[in-house]
Ligand binder design. Structure first.
Ligand code: TXA
Ligand code: MG
Length: 554
């Protein structure tokens, strides 16, 4: 199919010619055809919203999921009763203030709106776009135009007529070029069928502007987070992974100077970068698409889709994006970026804190580490990492085999018992083994802690001997009275009292840990649950103090 392209960027020229083009577009719509139309937000893919066949064609061309309803576009509030029922007065209040403009209202529908348009819902989304050409086309066509954003489903929305040609050219009847969209993100979708009204999609009209006029509105959970399998967003469209370029996207939130630094640390030569103007110079080797100054959200909104689209024609393998804060247009811009990232978000402000946690057997280290997990932290079990690294590293194995011949089986498995016997009670042999282990282990742990976010705890019995304490912001000794430890490991490991005492005696004593660590977490409780609660409060306070200190240190 040949798509007719009409350039109506300049509407001041030949009036007759312009009117003819508008009439031609309206005629196509009346006859059930599809027209790419400019609006102030993004380009729409328009069809007669009251014609089920025409609406079905929209779904087919976009590859749009059947359960995602379309917005009806009208020329003003006087059209509301034609398509909507039970219209609350607040709808007129909002229309008076914000139409024409980037606000879609969800209202009960009239039977005049076909199921195809509303995807079977008993409500309909309706808005009056702020673009002279499209308003003229709707007026001339004489009916509401159903129009989703003109991109093929899943791609970033189109903000120029060229984008529309790229996505659906050859499959629709006409594209009207009305210039680049001045808002750049889609309309704000507000559900007025509930009390208080509910924000279903943040968009070109900031929430604050709406609240100033009509008071508090609720925010649908899908606005700020990716939903679980069984959760349903207020706007069906919010559940799809939208706006996604081909390369995976990571959004880095936080103060712009901090997020820029975080991206600089993570980016490789094949990364694509979406950043504010001020930070573009940090990425001389990368493909950069600037959103404009960090203070200019209007420009960021205009550029966000272009930025996401631009990388599809390059060979970048991953994309890192800076993100504005949530105020004003920032909520909509951030939402589009985060959806493009499938909500893969890094908080650069939430600084990494590495805690070293050590202590003898039976003192309660496991409960303390569980408390750190409860706080959202990650725990790295250094013993497990040791075995992982050893199993995959021939140099490591050879180095041990050289000093301790015969501790590996013919199949290359470490005979832990044999190695244990070799080093048990022989101080110099143990030192030799540790020197090898630490040489291979520390670089791996360094890598793992550097890749972690938020709180990260190193669970290491040899925290100091290995030098791992140098990676830590803070070290904590978990200690407990000997008699309690004896009782605990007897119960835990089903061993005799004598053997329990022997094991405790063979380890370093609490005094050692107490002397080495920055602080001590003493566990004199009979109940592990009780201790875990105490540990939670202890680490919560500790993390706050470290964060505070880091902030001042910056
Ligand atoms: O700015 C815009 O709104 C653009 C321009 C072309 O007007 N249109 C647009 O349409 O973004 P679309 O189809 O890409 O997104 C419409 C969103 C979807 O998330 C859809 O699920 C939601 O609005 N929506 C439409 N009707 C609804 C309804 N009755 N109830 C709840 N959500 C609705
Ligand atoms: Mg869309």
């Amino acid at each position: 199919m040949q798509t007719i392209y009409y350039d109506l960027r300049d509407t001041k020229g030949q009036q007759k010619e312009i009117e003819d083009k508008i009439s031609a577009a309206a005629k196509i719509l009346r006859e059930g055809g599809l027209v790419g139309i400019p609006t102030e937000t993004v380009y729409g893919l328009g069809a007669d919203g009251t014609n089920p066949d025409a609406v079905r064609r929209i779904f087919a061309v976009k590859g749009r999921p059947q359960d995602n309803p379309l917005i009806l576009h009208v020329t003003g509030a006087q059209w509301l009763p034609r398509y909507c029922a039970d219209i609350p007065p607040v709808a007129y209040t909002l229309a008076r203030k914000f139409w024409p403009g980037p606000l879609t209202m969800v209202l009960k529908r009239q039977p005049t709106v076909p199921n195809e348009t509303t995807a079977g819902l008993d409500t309909v989304g309706i808005r009056c776009p702020n673009h002279p050409v499209t308003l003229a086309i709707i007026r001339e066509a004489g009916m509401a135009i159903a129009a989703p954003s003109a991109n093929t489903s899943g791609r970033p929305s189109c903000t120029t007529a060229q984008d529309v040609m790229e996505d659906v050219g050859g499959r629709i009847d006409m594209v009207i070029d009305g210039g680049a969209c001045v808002v750049g993100v889609e309309s704000t979708v507000l559900d007025l069928t509930c009390e208080p009204p509910r924000l279903l999609r943040p968009g070109g009209l900031p929430v604050e502007d709406i609240e100033r006029l009509i008071g508090h509105i609720d925010v649908d959970r899908a606005v700020n987070a990716s939903l679980k399998e069984n959760e349903r967003p207020g706007a069906p469209g919010m559940k799809y992974r939208h706006y996604a370029p081909k390369a995976p996207v990571t959004v880095v939130i936080g103060a712009p100077s901090v997020s820029a630094k975080e991206i600089e640390r993570r980016a490789g030569p094949s990364s694509g970068i979406i950043c504010f103007d001020e930070y573009a110079h940090l990425f001389p080797r990368q493909t950069v698409h600037s959103l404009g100054p960090s203070s200019d959200k209007q420009m960021q909104a205009q550029r966000v889709f272009e930025a996401l689209r631009s990388f599809d024609n390059s060979s970048v393998t991953e994309i890192f994006a800076q993100c504005p804060d949530n105020r004003g247009l920032g909520l909509a811009i951030g939402n589009r970026l985060k959806k493009a990232a499938g909500f893969h978000i890094i908080n650069a402000d939430k600084q990494r804190i590495i805690l070293g946690v050590t202590g003898g057997t039976g003192a309660g280290k496991s409960s303390a580490l569980n408390a750190i997990r409860d706080l959202g932290g990650t725990v790295i079990d250094c013993d497990a990492v040791y075995h992982e690294v050893l199993s995959g590293n021939e140099d490591f194995k050879n180095a041990i085999n050289e000093k301790f011949p015969g501790v590996f089986t013919a199949g290359g498995e470490l005979n832990r018992k044999k190695l244990g016997q070799e080093v048990f009670a022989k101080r110099d042999r143990l030192d030799q083994l540790n020197a090898i282990v630490f040489r291979f282990l520390v670089p791996e742990l360094e890598r793992q802690t550097a890749a972690s976010e938020g709180i990260c705890a190193l669970d290491a019995i040899n925290l100091f001997e290995s030098g791992l304490d140098r990676l830590c912001d803070y070290t904590v000794a978990v200690t407990a009275p000997t008699e309690l430890r004896v009782k605990r490991i007897m119960a835990r490991d089903h061993i005799s009292e004598q053997y329990a005492r022997l094991r405790i005696g063979a380890q370093k004593q609490d005094e050692y840990y107490r002397g080495k660590c920055d602080s001590e977490l003493n566990n004199a409780s009979d109940s592990p649950e009780e201790f875990q609660k105490d540990a939670y409060l202890f680490f919560e306070r500790l993390v706050e103090a470290i964060q505070e200190e880091k902030r001042h240190g910056c």
